[in-house]
Design a protein around this ligand. Sequence first.
Ligand SMILES: [Mn+2]
Length: 354
Amino acid sequence: MGALLELLRERQTFVITSHARPDGDAIGSSLGMMHLLHAMGKQAVVALADPVPVAYDCLPGVQSIARALPEARPDAVVLLECDSVARTGYAAIPAGLTINIDHHLSGRRYADFNWIDPEACAVGAMVYDLARAAELEITPAMASCLYAAVLTDTGSFTYSSTNAATFALASDLMERGADANAIVQAVYLSHPVSRMRLLGTALDKLRLEETEHGECPVAWSSITLAEMQRAGACVEDCEGVVNYLIAIGGVRAAVLLREVAVGPAAAAGLAAATEQATQFRLSLRSKGALDVARVAEGFGGGGHRNASGCTLTGSLEGATQRIVEALRTACLATPATPAGVAAADPEQPATLLA
Ligand SMILES: [Mn+2]
């Protein structure tokens, strides 16, 4: 961390970015990093290729987030939660130096400086550690941003990455002025009704794999573009649906397949994709030792042990068959823990993707 601080101190202008379709950790840690650099007397702007969901409008500094990269080439670009430059949604990010800060198991060392900590519950927690190491004052604004990152990336302190240190971090952020109540209100209690209608559709289509022993270790469902259109829903409304599938007792792995608009279909908005062009974004979840990061990597994706994602092309039936088969194989290869309860495994701490 000392080496990273040295790199930051030596430079003056920064661009901070994170992955496309930004989540709570992407937005919270980016803004937290911006506040940190400002506190160091640096020039720093956050640029995200996709819009910030309205749920995060309450975070201090969010109105300064740009969609386009600044024209002037910065001294350094800080990439948070990205396994490549392409993950940002930008084709290229010219900078004197690239800094990669990530906590995914599938994190890659593609930048000039790489700090990957798969044990961190959120990248927001790594930014917090950096601020402490720099002996900077953590302002209420920075605290709120980092709190939002930690809250969302731990599934509201429920994932197995949550430990005593996570609560100590949350407690410290609240002491320093994080507005935890406002964040919970905005992030969890302000959903549009379209989101609930879409959830209803997905749960209605829920399927469970039944083994000869009567167990149902794999659960799956899907959301098509037509279903989204019918519910008046947007892509954002699909977030978190997969968490309901993995919440079922006895289920060890779950997947939600979401049809994405590609090619001419994308150009026409939410028009149904042609058969050949059909593409699905998959969100995978698991409990305990079952590693869905590895399953996703088998399809060119990645993530955390208990939460990952990948993209499949083909028909819905074909894509479903391939992923369910892969999850079934992973289940068979990984012994189940009693009652499917997540095992506390100090050897391989699990971190989850929001
Ligand atoms: Mn994260």
